[in-house]
Write a protein of this length. Structure first.
Length: 122
């Protein structure tokens, strides 16, 4: 038997052709990228809706900078959609921008909230 059918590898399938692997999902292989723009736009709007009011708190400058970075990352998603050839590279760039948006927004919210909590506790 072949090693890629799982019989000789203890039931494990090889990495090639595994339709359940994350890198083989349609959103990263055959999508037009529109879903990344829609979800990214919603996420950016929600992030900005949280970060902009946080600018009035102590350490609010961090929230402002994060809001600018989130907006720029969404612009990067738009640029990738129209400037890159369709395929995995473009979808990967959009997915990466989306993950970075989430990391930046979460990091800023936690940082500003922690700063506000220490100021109120003192």
């Amino acid at each position: 038997m072949k090693a890629d059918d799982g019989a000789e590898t203890g039931g494990e399938r090889s990495r090639d052709g595994d339709p359940t692997a994350i890198r083989e999902q349609p959103a990263l292989t055959t999508s037009t990228g529109a879903i990344w723009l829609i979800v990214g736009g919603l996420f950016a709007a929600i992030s900005l809706g949280v970060l902009i009011p946080m600018s009035t708190l102590p350490n609010g400058t961090v929230a402002v900078v994060a809001a600018i970075v989130v907006a720029l990352l969404y612009v990067a998603m738009l640029v990738a959609q129209f400037a890159m050839a369709p395929g995995r590279r473009r979808l990967g760039a959009q997915a990466t921008a989306m993950l970075l948006m989430a990391a930046v927004a979460l990091g800023a919210v936690l940082f500003v909230a922690a700063g506000a909590a220490t100021v109120t506790a003192a």
